[in-house]
Design a protein. Structure first.
Length: 137
């Protein structure tokens, strides 16, 4: 019986890292584009009402790179998740402000946040203890 529990915990742990890895991979792509100050990033910033220049894009890229690195490192993963939740919430707010479509633009940051916290919940027993899905009787 304990082998089944151990195997389940191992599968849960790796499922959490797969989920976290998807978020980390997307964030690396995102901050890489911002650090490179690609024209599409600068244009998108302008359409969101943000400064449309390379310095601003690079600043966001550095911010996102730090948050992603904190999330990827197990000792600082919770801090990284909290900071990235703020970043993703700001993204959702910007899309609401300009009236972008709900399910594709506004909630995309929410989808990433759920995937991010879900991955952390699966890979870290301290988060599962803090945020249990059900309470013991």
């Amino acid at each position: 019986m304990s082998e089944q529990i151990s195997a389940r915990r191992g599968a849960q742990y790796w499922a959490g890292w797969v989920m976290s890895g998807l978020v980390i991979a997307f964030m690396i792509l995102d901050f890489g584009m911002k650090l490179a100050a690609l024209p599409v990033v600068i244009q998108a910033s302008g359409s969101l009402g943000l400064p449309a220049n390379a310095d601003f894009a690079r600043g966001l890229g550095v911010l996102l790179m730090v948050c992603t690195a904190l999330y990827a490192a197990p000792p600082t993963a919770v801090l990284g998740a909290v900071l990235m939740t703020g970043y993703l919430g700001g993204s959702a707010a910007m899309h609401v402000r300009i009236g972008n479509p709900l399910f594709t633009h506004v909630l995309f940051g929410v989808y990433l946040g759920v995937l991010m916290w879900g991955g952390l919940w699966l890979r870290d027993p301290r988060i599962r203890a803090l945020l249990p899905l059900r309470r013991a009787a």
